[in-house]
Design a binder for this molecule. Structure first.
Ligand code: FMN
Ligand code: ATP
Length: 167
């Protein structure tokens, strides 16, 4: 499916010898919304098997920490239709799961702060042959969608923040 990857020749190809292109997607996935679903569908379409690596809460330092604990975020993402496997990321080395999975593609989210060329360079340094692509943004056909976990939290605080526990 992905150009440049090793594949069986016509002569020795059998169903069991066919390669499976793994795509890796990653992110926090704190409070799920349709933008997440769009990203994961887009990523799945880049290969055969989609593995999602969830950021460890302690590694989310460029924005507010997730509200939902890591194991619960992982459980929800694992249940989404395009996802074949979801795992919590490595605590220190973001390339350790990549080395383990040997994916054909890393699908960056449309707004993920990671620099694609920087990731390509780090992969090359470790001898990992993997394409780095960027997924598209979600454009819903309705107005007023809450298409970021942060936006949902802000809406809850604005509308329920001072009302105390619900009866
Ligand atoms: C290729 C790749 C692999 C990653 N692997 C891990 C990991 O193993 N552990 C982790 O805590 N974060 C990992 N991250 C980082 C998070 O998935 C995420 O990008 C960031 O911490 C949260 O930001 P975001 O949700 O705004 O994208 C990885 C990121 C990339 C691009
Ligand atoms: N509206 C969207 N359209 C397409 N992809 C999205 C959208 N929102 C998030 N994603 C993608 O989903 C992945 C996980 O994102 P993350 O959980 O950081 O999203 P978020 O909901 O925007 O969070 P926050 O509001 O805390 O920044 C990222 O790769 C991100 O690019």
């Amino acid at each position: 499916m992905t150009e440049g990857r090793e594949s069986s020749s016509d002569d020795d190809r059998t169903p069991s010898a066919e390669s499976t292109d793994i795509v890796v997607a990653q992110g926090t996935f704190d409070i799920l919304h349709p933008g997440h679903l769009h990203y994961l569908r887009d990523a799945k379409a880049m290969g055969d098997r989609l593995v999602v690596i969830l950021a460890r809460s302690e590694n989310v330092t460029h924005k507010a920490s997730p509200v939902v604990p890591g194991p619960q975020r992982r459980e929800m993402v694992a249940g989404l239709d395009p996802v074949d496997e979801a795992r919590l990321g490595h605590p220190e080395d973001i390339f350790a799961p990549i080395e383990d999975l040997d994916p054909a593609v890393i699908a960056l989210g449309y707004d993920q702060h990671h620099d694609a060329d920087g990731i390509r360079a780090a992969l090359a340094e470790r001898g990992i042959d993997c394409e780095v692509r960027r997924a598209s943004a979600y454009e819903p056909d309705y107005d007023g969608g809450l298409l970021s976990s942060g936006q949902i939290v802000d809406r809850i605080l604005a509308e329920r923040g001072d009302s105390g526990p619900r009866q």
